[in-house]
Design a protein around this ligand. Structure first.
Ligand code: AMP
Length: 177
């Protein structure tokens, strides 16, 4: 992706101080979503990552990963699987508990959402400590999925989230802070 496009995307991210807790600088991606050109650019970025891999499913993480992930899946013409916070999915689930930058959490996925051996790409808005993505990747592995890459719009590099993700998975982020 061109530096000028990355700069435009970067300019669309709004820093919100002390949300949802004092001391957290929240990266607000809603200005990117509400601008048609920026939203399309962000999806272009995810698609560039996906290009060389034969992906058959996109995994999106609750909740902003649904927005980007669903758009990426539509462009690629592949299915979309939501990984949701505990208690939201109606059918039989696999679940996993983990720690967040600001609290504890548990995520779930429907047990039949991924066919064993299927090549999947994970999409989320932001990689912070890597707790969420790490848990999601473990869930996908439990179901027998082959994760080709984990992709993020934003990576907070100072939190070293990559260290919490498996070594054998390609990790890509468009904007690094
Ligand atoms: P983590 O598990 O620490 O990598 O946190 C990643 C998840 O929490 C992502 O799905 C983000 O949506 C959200 N998140 C964590 N920290 C921030 C932040 N500083 N700004 C915006 N979203 C965040």
């Amino acid at each position: 992706m061109k530096d000028s496009d990355l700069q435009r995307l970067n300019d669309g991210i709004r820093d919100v101080q002390d949300f949802p807790k004092p001391g957290i600088v929240f990266k607000d991606i809603t200005p990117v979503l509400s601008d048609g050109e920026l939203f399309r650019l962000s999806i272009d970025g995810f698609i560039e990552t996906a290009r060389e891999a034969e992906i058959s499913k996109i995994i999106g993480i609750d909740a902003r990963g649904f927005i980007f992930g669903a758009a990426v899946a539509d462009r690629l013409g592949v299915g979309f699987v939501p990984i949701r916070k505990k208690g939201k999915l109606p059918w039989v689930c696999e679940g996993i508990a983990y720690k967040l930058e600001y609290g504890d959490a548990e995520v779930e996925v429907h047990r039949d959402a991924i066919v064993p051996g299927e090549k999947v790409m994970m999409v989320d808005d932001l990689l912070a400590t890597g707790g969420t993505a790490g848990a999601a990747l473990e869930l996908v592995k439990k179901l027998g999925g082959d994760v080709v890459c984990a992709t993020f719009l934003i990576e907070l590099e100072f939190l070293n989230g990559r260290d919490n993700l498996p070594d054998d998975i390609r990790v890509e982020s468009l904007l690094k802070y």
